[in-house]
Design a protein around this ligand. Structure first.
Ligand code: SF4
Length: 422
């Protein structure tokens, strides 16, 4: 069972930290694993109590709790399954969905169709270039009999897009309140969560400055951990405490000159999706390759490469309404616009963080990454003067041979970059 698996996984990790602490990993991960465990336990309890669940993908996620829903992750939950093949089989063999899209989307769909997670009352998605993701969520809604609401966006990152998105948030609130008994929006709750999300953003942004240090104080595995937002969790105050502990611990490591790898020989940026499994992280650590920058959708706005703060009245020349304010991060998401939106902040981060090389990671079936690859590599070469590796690998369904081939290609590239740097 998915939720039970999550609880057991967190327990195992907590025990591991206690019994076999690894010096390169952050101690604050302990709070993170506690939060993950508590979230899974809370979800199980809410499911037993018959609470209404909903999928609110990025851009609308802060609305879930103020409306009275228990939020579910879709892709985020699919990323965490223990036995991916089981869920892929459900989506592909039992329901007839294609297996040639990226692992994440079909696994998430299979999980939702497995009966191991609550049936959401409402599924919302956002128009993004990743069509497999939104169509998988739409298919989940259709097969589970959930209501479905899709949010559109403009091809711009100005105020007009924020206003357009906020207008649809108003429609989403009206739709949810009208369609689902017991659902009632609290603006006060939304404002409270936005304030906490902003504090968490502030802590993360402090750590961007630390990533400029040589050696970089964060380990490759910790660099791949996605951000935690207070608004997504049943205990937002503890998430905030975790973000502060993470920031403080990195400052402490930087002050003592402790690096995230034993001896830093190369600094890389990794794009799009993290690799799966320990082998890649261990190889980066062994070779002295630190990872000051993981470039993904909300990475640049989360770490301050793009600045657009909740409650900042100066950016758009007036105070935004809470629903407009909420759209700032979605508006600044670099995944889902033109190529410049993706590449500009990458170039900035590469320059500021003294990056030596870029790894552009592609999961088979991800058309979004594929279409950006040539432009990314070309601009990185011309504007930063560093090489980009075009790397392909699956997230879950790696045969030993394909994982070994991916790591072999990566290792060759890293060796070449280290030799050139020396
Ligand atoms: S890896 Fe690509 S196809 Fe898969 S969810 Fe992410 S953007 Fe979509």
């Amino acid at each position: 069972m998915f939720l039970q698996d999550q609880i057991e996984k967190s327990c195992r990790r907590l025990k591991n930290i206690e019994e076999n602490p690894r010096p390169e990993f952050l101690q604050s991960n302990k709070i993170r694993y506690e939060l993950e465990m508590e979230h899974a336990m809370h979800t199980l309890e809410a499911w037993k109590a018959g609470k209404p669940f909903a999928v609110f993908e990025l851009g609308a996620h802060q609305l879930a709790r103020p409306l009275g829903f228990e939020p579910m992750g879709f892709i985020a939950w699919g990323d965490r399954v223990k036995e991916p093949q089981k869920y892929l089989d459900i989506a592909v063999t039992r329901f007839g969905f294609p297996e040639h899209t990226c692992d994440r989307t079909m696994t998430a769909l299979g999980l939702f169709l497995s009966g191991e997670v609550p049936v959401p009352r409402l599924v919302t998605t956002r128009r993004v270039p990743c069509e497999p993701e939104r169509f998988a969520a739409q298919a989940a809604a259709k097969y589970l009999g959930a209501l479905f609401f899709e949010v559109d966006k403009l091809n711009s990152t100005g105020y007009e897009n924020i206003a357009y998105l906020a207008e649809q948030m108003g429609e989403l609130i009206e739709f949810a309140e009208k369609s689902i008994p017991g659902i009632k929006y609290s603006e006060e709750k939304l404002v409270e969560l936005l304030e906490m999300d902003q504090q968490a953003l502030n802590y993360r942004r402090d750590t961007y400055e630390l990533r400029k240090k040589v050696p970089c104080p964060i380990s490759p595995q910790d660099a791949f951990r996605l951000t935690m937002e207070p608004s997504r969790h049943p205990n937002p105050a503890k998430v905030l405490a975790y973000c502060k502990a993470y920031r403080d611990e990195l400052f402490e490591r930087a002050e003592k000159g402790i690096g995230g790898v034993p001896e830093e020989r190369l600094r890389i940026a990794w794009l799009a999706t993290g690799p799966f499994g320990r082998a890649t992280f261990d190889m980066l650590t062994r070779k002295g390759v630190s990872l000051p920058w993981f470039h993904y959708g909300v990475g640049p706005v989360s770490y301050g490469v793009i600045r657009d703060d909740y409650g900042d009245d100066s950016v758009y020349g007036r105070k935004l309404t809470p629903l407009e304010d909420m759209q700032r991060v979605a508006n600044a998401n670099v995944w889902g616009g033109g190529a410049d939106q993706w590449v500009d902040p990458l170039i900035k981060a590469c320059k500021e963080l003294k990056i030596d090389a870029v790894v552009d990671f592609l999961q088979p079936g991800c058309v979004t990454t594929k279409n950006l690859k040539r432009i990314t590599a070309q601009r990185v070469k011309e504007e930063v003067g560093i090489p980009t590796l075009d790397l392909e690998g699956r997230e879950f369904f790696t045969s030993d041979a394909s994982a070994a081939e991916m790591n072999r290609k990566l290792e060759e590239f890293l060796d070449m970059c280290i030799a050139n740097k020396n």
